[in-house]
Design a protein around this ligand. Structure first.
Ligand SMILES: [Zn+2]
Length: 184
């Protein structure tokens, strides 16, 4: 699909946004026979209950706009060289994000790490290890990596995670969260 290949090659991987692809696809429900949903990859948007109930208010391009069907649609349009950078890793792991997850990029030398905060205690991290992206999980209140498995430059990543979690929290409800982080 030419438009997907062009979107892939024009992606700016320094911002955590999905490419906008002017394509609409019909995707089958995972759980119900004979049910199909329409996925529009410009928003992206979907006609399923999960998307309409929990994701439609998110800003355009947010990775959290991905329901299962949007993920399927990106999978079907995957260009020959794959989706680039962190997007390939995010789509490949195949789960839909918690509806309150926010995504941002952490610059790590010449690479871009994709990081989420919000919705639950876990931050999702996609970072380059030996030339390809791997997924990691960081527990924010416990200040620990899932299975003790840390990405390279984990100090920079955890600083960014805590800064993002703290900053957003202050703007919404003031105080408290840092106390939880550091036991103050
Ligand atoms: Zn959907």
């Amino acid at each position: 699909m030419e438009r997907a290949a062009s979107a892939a090659s024009n992606m700016d991987l320094s911002v955590a946004l999905l490419p906008s692809i002017p394509v609409t696809l019909r995707v089958k429900s995972h759980s119900e026979a004979n049910v199909v949903y329409d996925v529009d990859l410009t928003g992206p948007s979907c006609t399923c209950p999960d998307w309409r109930g929990a994701r439609s208010q998110l800003p355009n391009g947010s990775l959290t706009r991905c329901c299962k069907h949007v993920l399927d649609a990106f999978g079907r349009l995957e260009p020959a060289g794959g989706w680039p950078g962190w997007l390939g890793a995010f789509l490949e792991q195949g789960w839909k994000p918690h509806p309150r997850k926010r995504w941002f990029i952490v610059r790590l030398g010449s690479d871009f790490g994709l990081v989420s905060v919000g919705g639950n205690d876990w931050s999702d991290v996609f970072a380059v290890v030996g030339g390809s992206y791997e997924r990691f999980g960081y527990n924010i209140p416990d200040l620990r990596w899932s299975y003790g498995n840390e990405p390279p430059r984990s100090d920079e990543i955890t600083q960014a995670i805590l800064g993002e979690a703290h900053g957003r929290h202050e703007r919404t409800s003031r105080g408290g969260l840092l106390d939880r982080f550091f036991g103050r």
